[in-house]
Design a protein around this ligand. Structure first.
Ligand code: FAD
Length: 461
């Protein structure tokens, strides 16, 4: 009973047991992704610490009237404002499909709330705050703690992470906290660091430029000739809003099929050149004198705190290699990313992904081998290439989002997306095309709203 020779098997057993024990997990970010990740991790029994560099939850949905100190976001030492919201923004998805699955984004008719189906952005912040309070997540958060370093405790063993965080307003090493975790979930968002259009001749062009990350209100554009580059939802909202005060608005985009009827908005092909006399020339040869250029040209993934020897890189906005947009095979499951996909039902995809991460970390669910995951990522890249999908669209789910969410649901053993949700998204796309001016206030899918409400009843307290 007191002597034996099989120490090696004790070690193996302990390693095995580890798989099933709760982990100490760092979640970076308290936006929608970080909140739902923390909820799922804790539900699975893990011990969670959330690092959030601002002083409140909500991430993107915390509107800030201030803007970055460099309006184009080129200066790496600029003061960075996290949120890219403009003051007037209303959501661009019906609230029934936007919320988390078992904590629906229900309309609330009470003071300070916006019960509309496509509410103002403040309503999303209220919803996320309610979510954080309801699931008692706030107590897990270290506010005003910016993560500045995440690295392996021991590179050989891959047995844990060192996370260093800095308290806001303090400088020097004394303000840096060092903690050790079994796993890290990165939930830092991807709509903060501007990607701008490259325009030949722009250095000599005398006008002003900004990225839409730094657009808040239309007033500064009063009487100006404004060029908007891009054709995203933001480009559309912003060009319409600016047209109410500007002299002229010109929209340059790859897709010239999208049109909306305003008598001072003109559509153009892509910008070819900017000149020192203030004109901008388009690829069809037409030209206009322009005062301000607003780049609505997307954002860059950026993880300055990750010190992981290039095992995950960002190449032309592809974060990789990532198995199913979540796990880097070499570091899985101890490192994961929630919040990478775009053009998707973000909250829901984050929720499913978080359940997967939580289950894998506890050992209840298992991942394929590193080699198999790498192979899967390789085949995915080949598929994208064969379909001529540009690299920077690697994480753009769009049409593929139902396959992705149903795959995740099967992996974690829950129901695939409800039919009403899929249909509602399709109806919304049709309505958006048919009613570009009024899609947030008029629709024909009342029957789907009823189905959604019936479904939500099961989650009401
Ligand atoms: P974020 O909300 O960006 O949260 C990331 C958090 O991480 C932030 O709180 C940040 O402070 C923190 N953080 C970052 N770095 C660090 C660090 N180093 N240390 C500590 N903390 C850190 N989605 C919809 O579903 N419907 C819409 O209508 C919609 N409209 C949108 C309109 C605009 C203009 C924008 C910009 C986005 C919109 N989105 C919309 C997408 C929205 O971004 C996602 O829905 C979602 O809120 C993103 O959540 P996230 O948690 O991934 O990132």
């Amino acid at each position: 009973r007191d002597e034996w020779e099989d120490e090696y098997s004790i070690l193996q057993a302990q390693e095995d047991f580890c798989q099933y024990s709760p982990r100490k997990v760092a979640v970076i970010g308290a936006g929608a992704a970080g909140l739902v990740a923390s909820r799922e991790l804790r539900r699975e029994g893990h011990e969670v610490v959330i690092f959030e560099r601002s002083d409140r939850v909500g991430g993107t949905w915390v509107y800030d009237p201030n803007v970055d100190s460099d309006p184009l976001g080129l200066d790496t030492s600029r003061t960075i404002i996290h949120s890219s919201l403009y003051d007037s923004l209303r959501v661009n998805l019906p609230r029934e499909v936007m919320g988390f699955r078992d904590y629906p984004f229900m309309a609330q008719v009470k003071d300070g709330r916006d019960p509309r189906r496509f509410p103002h952005h403040t309503e999303v912040l209220h919803y996320l705050e309610d979510f954080a309070n309801h699931f008692e997540l706030v107590e897990l958060i270290r506010f005003e703690a910016e993560v500045i370093y995440v690295g392996l405790l021991d590179e050989e063993l891959n047995n844990g992470w060192v996370v260093k965080s800095m308290k806001k307003g303090e400088v020097g090493n004394s303000s840096v906290a060092r903690d050790v975790f079994d796993a890290v979930v990165v939930c830092t968002g991807h709509l903060t660091h501007p990607n701008i259009a490259e325009i030949p001749g722009i250095d000599a062009w005398p006008g002003k430029q900004l990225h839409c990350h730094n657009y808040r209100v239309p007033e500064p554009f009063s009487g100006q000739v404004v060029l908007i580059i891009g054709n995203s939802y933001s480009a559309e909202d912003i060009s319409k809003e600016i047209s109410t005060v500007a002299k002229e608005v010109h929209v340059a985009s790859k897709s010239t099929t999208e049109r909306f009827g305003y008598d001072n908005i003109w559509f153009h092909s892509m910008v070819k050149h900017a000149h020192e006399d203030g004109t901008v020339v388009f690829s069809d040869g037409s030209l206009v004198p322009v005062d301000v250029i607003v780049h609505c040209t997307g954002y860059k993934y950026y993880f300055p705190f990750l010190e992981i020897n290039n095992t995950v890189t960002v190449d032309d906005n592809r974060v990789g290699p990532l198995y199913k947009h979540i796990f880097p095979p070499m570091l899985a499951p101890r490192l994961s990313f929630i919040g990478i996909p775009f053009v998707a039902l973000a909250f829901l995809i984050y929720e499913l992904g978080s359940k997967w991460v939580a289950g894998v970390l506890s050992g209840r669910l298992s991942l394929p081998s590193e080699g198999q995951m790498m192979k899967d990522v390789g085949s995915f890249y080949l598929e994208l290439e064969a379909a001529a999908v540009p690299k920077h669209y690697t994480h753009r789910l769009a049409q593929k989002q139902f396959d992705h969410s149903d795959w995740l649901a099967a992996e974690i053993g829950c129901q695939p997306l409800e039919d009403w949700r899929k249909q509602m998204l399709k109806e919304h796309a049709k309505n958006y095309s048919a009613r570009r001016e009024t899609y947030r206030d008029e629709w024909d899918d009342e029957y789907l709203i009823l189905q959604a409400q019936e479904d939500f009843c099961q989650y009401l307290p």
